[in-house]
Design a binder for this molecule. Structure first.
Ligand code: FE2
Ligand code: FE2
Length: 170
């Protein structure tokens, strides 16, 4: 029965498996940002904490977007498990570097699924993923800008306080 249903999909079975892996990745990003929000809260970076709470929500929305796409198109989406979340950071710059590295990893993953869809003539998933390609550009830019703020500011309490304040507009 399952195979019969799957056999008539306009999205490729291979794409569904890849998208399920992407669901996990988005959820891991959501958990990572929540841990970063916690670290920022503890260290007194109030605006950065708010920024990461918001990012965590965004990642959950990304996950749901893919989740629903799979289910609405006859596939089966799997609720992901996050294995291990890092809560230790050496500095606020470390936090944003880790965040940027994570976003680049997600972009590469989206691109590789996109490429696979092209190979398999899975137009529906390719079009669906276009939103994610653009979204990743924005997310990388946001993290690069935030990283710059903290790389360029001094290390004194006053400097860090002002840099954190600038994150209020993100
Ligand atoms: Fe995402
Ligand atoms: Fe992201």
């Amino acid at each position: 029965m399952k195979d019969l249903i799957r056999g008539n999909l306009s999205i490729n079975i291979k794409s569904i498996d890849l998208l399920n892996e992407q669901i996990k990745m988005e959820f891991e990003a959501s958990a990572m940002y929540l841990a970063m929000a916690s670290w920022c809260d503890q260290q007194g970076f109030m605006h950065c904490a708010n920024f990461f709470y918001e990012q965590s929500n965004h990642e959950r929305e990304h996950m749901l977007k893919i989740f629903k796409f799979i289910n609405e198109n006859g596939g089966i989406a799997y609720s992901p498990i996050v294995n291990k979340v890092n809560h230790e950071f050496s500095s606020i710059v470390d936090v944003f570097e880790t965040a940027l590295r994570g976003e680049i990893k997600v972009s590469k993953s989206i691109h590789s699924i996109f490429m696979q869809c092209r190979k398999d003539n899975d137009y529906a998933t390719e079009v669906f993923l276009q939103w994610f390609v653009t979204e990743q550009l924005e997310e990388e830019q946001t993290m690069r800008r935030a990283l710059q703020i903290f790389e360029l500011c001094g290390e004194g309490n006053e400097d860090l306080y002002l840099a954190d304040k600038r994150m209020a507009n993100h």
